[in-house]
Ligand binder design. Structure first.
Ligand code: UT7
Length: 328
């Protein structure tokens, strides 16, 4: 049998500071009722000035290594799916690599927005399957709260901060591990959700920079329409490639962006509520952190057992989307 990238451990970390819908009512023209009805979100976790993507990525990584009972020195690879790195460079993955003492590992960030963990897991598992790596730490981490216009009610209600991580190790003769991956993109949709400034096109402080350059711009209903189709499409494709059907899924851990988007994907896969993991009401949209935080919470809640078939799926700015079908 060929090599499989098997998840050996999982962990997550989120800020202690909680921002409720009531807190937002005091800042912008919105209501708790509107936010809950349209998104399912009741509260989200927000970093302080001293906390950054690295803060959550490091804690999540340490917890994942501990749960895997694998030493950092055994890692060949550290991949961090993030679009809110601590700095443009060096990569946040390198900051984590140094802090945990992963002296033998290569380390890089991967930018696929809210699908950052889906893309990072697909990449790391392909490295393991090819023999280029044996043991890998895969992180999804973001602090989008740092890029929010707190006067913009269309975006400030959605996002929260946090990170999750898994440790992968190659195993032969097993049906466990990452079974199939699907990665898709449509760059023509980049105009619907972006942060225009801070890169080489509109560098900070350049003549083209203005007060709005650092904020998330989002055409919410465009992204919503795309997401509803994209989530289901990616899952169906992954099942088809694996020769499995929706009835084989034991747990569905989708990107937590909006409860209505999750419910429509679950409906397309004909999944009963007990097979759908949801924490969007407490976390909001934590971007790259969303899916691994979900996996970590599901594991802690006893909702994931060895051998379970887990469907993970995400979408985000790019536009990008994709799914990883995992035998836990
Ligand atoms: O990971 C990818 C990240 N992005 C997403 O996943 C976003 C996907 N999109 C969504 O989740 C939804 O589009 C939103 C929750 C952002 C918005 O819900 P919607 O049902 O698509 O609302 P809408 O944008 O069509 O706006 C409807 C109305 C508008 O008022 P008018 O023009 O009808 O008078 C908005 O101005 O709701 C208004 N509105 C609000 N009202 C109260 C927009 N934001 C708010 C708010 N509170 N926070």
């Amino acid at each position: 049998m060929s090599m499989r990238a098997v998840i050996q451990g999982v962990g997550h970390a989120v800020p202690g500071t909680v921002l409720t819908n009531r807190d937002l009512e005091a800042r912008v023209d919105t209501t708790d009722e509107w936010i809950v009805q349209r998104t399912g979100i009741r509260e989200r976790r927000i970093s302080t000035t001293d906390e950054s993507t690295f803060t959550w990525a490091l804690q999540a990584s340490q917890r994942a290594l501990e749960s895997a009972q694998i030493e950092a020195q055994e890692l060949d690879l550290v991949v961090c799916g993030t679009v809110t790195p601590d700095m443009l460079f060096p990569a946040t993955a390198c900051l984590v690599q140094d802090a945990i003492g992963a002296h033998r590992a290569g380390a890089y960030d991967l930018g696929a927005a809210c699908a950052g963990f889906i893309y990072s897991l697909a990449t790391a598992s392909a490295m393991i399957e090819s023999g280029a790596a044996q043991t890998a730490l895969v992180i999804g981490a973001d602090t989008l709260s740092k890029y929010i216009d707190w006067n913009d009610r269309a975006t400030c209600i959605l996002f929260g901060d946090g990170a999750g991580a898994v440790v992968l190790r190659g195993e032969k003769d097993t049906d466990r591990g990452v079974v199939k991956t699907v990665l898709l993109s449509d760059g023509s949709g980049g105009r619907h959700i972006n942060i225009a400034g801070g890169g080489s096109r509109v560098p900070y402080g350049s003549p083209r920079w203005d007060e709005t350059s650092k904020f998330i711009y989002m055409a919410g209903s465009e992204v919503y329409r795309f997401a509803v189709t994209a989530m289901g499409d990616a899952c169906c494709r992954a099942l088809e490639l694996a020769g499995l059907s929706d009835t084989d899924i034991d747990l569905f851990v989708p990107h937590q962006a909006n409860l209505r988007i999750i419910e429509s994907a679950a409906k397309r896969l004909k999944l009963p509520p007990e097979k759908v993991f949801i924490n969007v009401e407490r976390m909001g949209n934590t971007s790259g952190g969303s899916i691994p935080i979900g996996l970590s919470e599901a594991q802690a809640a006893g909702r994931l057992k060895k051998g379970d078939l887990v469907m993970t799926v995400g979408f985000g700015a790019g536009l990008v989307w994709g799914a990883n079908l995992i035998r836990w």
